[in-house]
Design a protein around this ligand. Structure first.
Ligand code: UDX
Length: 436
C-alpha cells in the first residue's frame, strides 16, 4: 500500500520505518527540515534501539522516503497522523495546534475514499471535530491509537499487543477498518487482536491505558510512603502483590516515579477533558496520582540531603541518569533530571552522567555539570544518586570498585534497582525509596 506518516517524531519516524519494513511504500512528512534531513540519511534524530537499522533498510529498498512537502503524500491510501500533542502552556489540557496544522496542510491533498488514521494521543471528541473538517473532501477519518514504549518502539510497532481502530458507522467505517486490516496484515496474521470500535472509544482507550499505568506506578509509590512510615519494604511488598495474577508485578517498580513525554501530560489532559465534559470527579483520583508521583522526586532529594547529614551545600553529588527511563535519550519531564536540578538548587556540586541523554539534558539545563563516563562522575563524590536504571548502573556497577572512586560510600537508589545487601556489605550506606 501507499502510506504517508505526518509527523516524524518518536512515534511517526518509527511508524514510517516499521510500515516500510513490512512492505509498504511510505513517505514520512515533517515540518522540521533538520529532522527530515537526518531521517533521509538513515539517522534517527533521537535514540531508539533498532531504528537506525530499520531506516537504513527502508531507504535502501526505496520503499521509505522523507520530505517536508506534504504534497508528496497525496498518493497515499492511508495518511497516518502522528504529530505531538504536548501539554498546553499555562494549563493541563492538550495543545492540539500541531494536529490542526497537520490537517490544514493535508486538506488540499485529500481525495474521496482516502483514509486519515489518527495515531496521536488526543482528548476524546477531537476525532469527531476532525471528521467534520474532512467531510467535504470525501476522505474518511479513523482513530488508531499507538501504545508504543520508547526504547521498545520498533518492537512494539512491528509486534503490537493489540491494534485498536475507531471508525465511523456504516459502509465508510467498514471500508476504513478493511484498509487498516490490510496495512497491518502481518501483525493480524500473527494473531494480534484487532479491535474495531467507534471513534470516541478508540480515543479513550489510549487515555485510559495511560491513566491506568500511571495509577499503577503511583499506587506502589504510595505504598512506599506507607512503608517509610512503618519500616516495611516496598520492593518485597511489590513482589508479594505481583504474584497475584490479577495484579501482576509489571509496572509496580517503585522509586522516583514516572516521567517522559506521555504519562504525565496525558493524565493531566485526560482529567482536563473530563472536567470539560462535566465528569471531573470520575477521574479526580488522577490528581492524586500526579501529586504522589511528584512527591517522590522531592523525597529522593530529601533522602540525599539526610544521608549527607542534613546539608547538601558544597557537597559533590554524582547523579547517575538523566533520561526519564533507560533505553531512551528523552528528558521530557524526566524525574531523574529534576532530582539533579533540585540538588543543584540546594547548592550541591552536582555532576550528571547518562549514556544517551547528556546532549538533550545540557541543552535544557546548562547550569549542571555533565560527564560521559560513569566512573568520572563517581570520582570524589560525597553521595551517589541513581535515578535512571540503565544496566550500566544497575547491573554493571560493582560496589567495591565504585567505592574506591568516591569520597564517601553513600548511595541513594532512586529506582530501587540495586541489591541493597551487596552494597551494604561493600561498606556503603544504602538508601532505597520505601525500603528498609
Ligand atoms: C508510556 C506507555 O507505556 C505507552 O504505552 C504509551 O504509548 C506512552 O507512554 P513510555 O513513556 O515510553 O510509554 O514509557 P514507560 O516504559 O511506560 O515508562 C513511563 C515512566 O514510568 C518512566 O519514567 C518509567 O521510569 C516509569 N515507571 C515505569 C516506573 O516508575 N515504574 C514502573 O514500574 C514502570
Amino acid at each position: 500500500m501507499h502510506l504517508s506518516v505526518i509527523g516524524c517524531g518518536y512515534l511517526g519516524a518509527v511508524h514510517a520505518a516499521a510500515m516500510a519494513s513490512i512492505g509498504h511504500e511510505v513517505v514520512g512528512v515533517d515540518v522540521d527540515a533538520g529532522k527530515i534531513a537526518a531521517l533521509g540519511t538513515g539517522r534517527a534524530p533521537f535514540f531508539e534501539p533498532g531504528l537506525d537499522e530499520l531506516l537504513a533498510t527502508g531507504l535502501a529498498t526505496g520503499r521509505l522516503r522523507f520530505t517536508t512537502d506534504v504534497a508528496e503524500a497525496a498518493d497515499a491510501d492511508i495518511h497516518f497522523l502522528a504529530v505531538g500533542t504536548p501539554q498546553a502552556a499555562g494549563g493541563h489540557a492538550a495543545d492540539l495546534r500541531f494536529v490542526d496544522a497537520a490537517i490544514d496542510a493535508l486538506l488540499p491533498h485529500l481525495r474521496p475514499g482516502r483514509l486519515v488514521a489518527g495515531k496521536s494521543t488526543v482528548p476524546v471528541g477531537t476525532a469527531d471535530r476532525i471528521a467534520e473538517r474532512l467531510f467535504p473532501t470525501g476522505a474518511v477519518l479513523a482513530w488508531n491509537p499507538e501504545f508504543l514504549r520508547e526504547g521498545w518502539a520498533v518492537h512494539d510497532t512491528i509486534t503490537p499487543d493489540r491494534i485498536v481502530v475507531g471508525v465511523p458507522d456504516g459502509a465508510r467505517g467498514e471500508r476504513a477498518a478493511d484498509l487498516l486490516r490490510a496495512a497491518y496484515a502481518p501483525a493480524i496474521e500473527a494473531d494480534t487482536p484487532f479491535l474495531v470500535t467507534d471513534l470516541a472509544t478508540a480515543e479513550l482507550v489510549k487515555g485510559a491505558a495511560n491513566a491506568f499505568l500511571a495509577t499503577k506506578v503511583s499506587f506502589i509509590n504510595a505504598m512506599a510512603e506507607i512503608a517509610e512510615a512503618t519500616g516495611a519494604d516496598v520492593t518485597l511488598l511489590a513482589d508479594a502483590l505481583g504474584h497475584d495474577t490479577r495484579i501482576g508485578r509489571r509496572y509496580l517498580g517503585s522509586g522516583i516515579g514516572f516521567g517522559g513525554g506521555c504519562l504525565p501530560k496525558d493524565i493531566r489532559a485526560f482529567a482536563a477533558r473530563a472536567e470539560e465534559l462535566g465528569r471531573g470527579e470520575s477521574v479526580g483520583f488522577l490528581r492524586e496520582v500526579d501529586a504522589i508521583n511528584l512527591r517522590r522526586r522531592e523525597r529522593a532529594v530529601q533522602l540525599t540531603v539526610d544521608a549527607l547529614g542534613g546539608r547538601a551545600h558544597g557537597k559533590r553529588i554524582a547523579v547517575l541518569g538523566a533520561a526519564f527511563k533507560p533505553f531512551s535519550d528523552d528528558i521530557r519531564d524526566s524525574p531523574a533530571l529534576e532530582v539533579a536540578v533540585r540538588l543543584r538548587g540546594l547548592g550541591a556540586d552536582v555532576v550528571v552522567t547518562d549514556p544517551a541523554a547528556l546532549d538533550n539534558a545540557r541543552a535544557v539545563h546548562p547550569q549542571l555539570e555533565y560527564v560521559h563516563g560513569r566512573d568520572d562522575a563517581l570520582r570524589g563524590a560525597d553521595a551517589v544518586v541513581l535515578v535512571t536504571e540503565w544496566d550500566l548502573y544497575r547491573r554493571e556497577m560493582d560496589p567495591q570498585s565504585a567505592g574506591a572512586l568516591v569520597a564517601q560510600r553513600i548511595i541513594v537508589d532512586g529506582r530501587n534497582c540495586l541489591d541493597a545487601d551487596a552494597w551494604r556489605s561493600a561498606g556503603w550506606r544504602y538508601h532505597g525509596m520505601g525500603r528498609r
